[in-house]
Write a protein that binds this ligand. Structure first.
Ligand code: PLP
Length: 433
């Protein structure tokens, strides 16, 4: 049953000569699950193909961006056309306002926004702006949330930081981490206590409104609303990091789904249709503090890049036009695969907890409900690794860590879902002991 991965193995060895760990982002390594990471040569729809000619059903979608599947024809065409007119100008283009208008229509809390080239830049810049606007230093984040790799946000972070058990990154001075208050998610008393301990000193709360980077962890009923009330009362800003949830769990992201109006929002992933792109935006009085209008500096040579704008407009435009069909279909198929696999696990006597919001989901190999990072970390990561390897062998590529969410795209069919459930049935038969 084991797939032939000889070419991928050779490519990994070559990559390791030039790139630390052979990767440009640690989450791509298979250290947490073992085995050889396939080297991808192309993608189409719901499928990836590796250098050995193996095909996989893709359940990580470039970690979120590929909601329309790979090589979505309108996005390919838009990028091709834009590239023919030059990849970058370093001057303003009409497409930036076009994509901004689409985003602002989807997210009514955003009155103005600025494009950047990654989610990390979006959150880093949003925090600087929150501090500049409020004149305060402290930032609240939550354990297991990942907001990119800016120094002050790499404190008790999720994603690869959690996967590799790094408590806080080397290279982040204590003096910088000191201003980040990392609290347990879904625990309002911890938030109240932090505000009581630092009255008038907290610039903002930044939160993944549905955590994706510790695996999928939804907010408890009323939790986001309470964060809104506490920040408003104190004069701190509420930042929703919707880099993952934006255009994913609803067209207007978590803020649409839960009916909350944050002061600022960060976006990435889907907004660029798979090209490097992020954005941060929010209330106009806050955004107008940015240079050239205000004193908070933020810039980027490739910000609003024409190819990224073209892919973003094609992707977000398609979602906008077809949202009434797309989101219910994603919901239905995601429920089918998430619950179908949970049912197979139960039949095989394997304990898993399934968390899902829309097309974002995680099977935690644990028994108790997963509501924060501590309960996620109770998962049996060895068993997850065995599940991952078994699924990969059967042509199903899940994110290679217990602490990451899986995603569905519009290219996943009901047939793909059935194929995935059948593969899981076999794998549970092997790993149940
Ligand atoms: N914020 C969230 C919620 C994310 O999931 C990520 C990436 O996974 C980031 C920020 C950082 O984005 P990027 O990897 O584009 O820098």
């Amino acid at each position: 049953m084991l797939r032939q991965l000889a070419r991928s193995r050779a490519l990994q060895q070559r990559a390791e000569k030039f790139l630390p760990g052979g990767v440009d982002s640690p989450v791509r390594a298979f250290r947490a699950v073992g085995g050889d990471p396939p080297f991808v040569v192309r993608g189409e729809g719901a499928y990836l193909e590796d250098a050995d000619g193996n095909r996989y059903l893709d359940y990580f979608g470039s970690w979120g961006p590929m909601i329309l599947g790979h090589a979505f024809p309108a996005a390919v065409e838009a990028v091709r056309e834009a590239a023919a007119h030059s990849a970058s100008f370093g001057a303003s283009t009409p497409a930036e306002a076009d994509l901004a208008e689409l985003v602002i229509e989807a997210f009514p809390s955003i009155e103005k926004l600025r494009f950047v080239s990654s989610g990390t830049e979006a959150t880093m810049s949003a925090i600087r702006l929150a501090r500049g606007f409020t004149g305060r230093k402290y930032v609240i984040k939550f354990e297991g949330c990942y907001h990119g790799h800016a120094d002050g946000l790499l404190v008790k972070a999720g994603s690869g930081v959690a996967t590799f058990g790094i408590p806080g990154s080397a290279g982040v001075p204590e003096e910088i981490a000191h201003f980040t208050l990392a609290l347990p998610f879904n625990d309002l008393s911890a938030v109240e206590a932090a505000f009581a301990a630092h009255p008038g000193e907290i610039a903002c709360i930044i939160v993944e409104p549905v955590i994706g980077n510790a695996g999928c962890i939804p907010p408890a009923a009323g939790y986001l609303q309470a964060l809104r009330e506490i920040t408003s009362r104190d004069g701190a800003l509420l930042i929703f990091d919707e880099v993952m949830t934006g255009f994913r769990i609803a067209f207007g992201g978590a803020q649409q789904l839960y009916g909350i109006r944050p002061d600022m929002t960060t976006l990435g992933k889907i907004i660029g249709g798979g090209l490097p792109c992020g954005a941060f935006g929010g209330r106009a009085d806050i955004m107008n503090q940015l240079a050239p209008l205000g004193p908070v500096y933020q810039a980027g040579t490739l910000s609003g890049n024409p190819l990224a704008m073209a892919a973003g407009i094609a992707t977000v435009g398609h979602l906008r036009e077809n949202q009434k069909q797309i989101y219910p279909q994603l919901e239905e198929r995601s429920a089918a695969v998430a619950e179908g696999i949970a049912a197979e696990a139960a039949k095989a006597g394997v304990s898993i907890v399934t968390n899902r919001i829309g097309s974002m989901f995680t099977w935690f190999f644990t028994q108790a409900p997963v509501t924060d990072f501590t309960t996620a970390a109770a998962s049996d990561t060895q068993r997850f690794a065995a599940f991952h390897r078994g699924m990969l062998d059967r042509g199903i590529w899940l994110p290679p860590s217990q602490f990451e969410a899986a995603f569905l795209s519009t290219a996943h069919t009901a047939g793909h879902v059935q194929e995935t459930i059948r593969a899981a049935q076999e794998v549970f038969g092997v790993i149940a002991t």
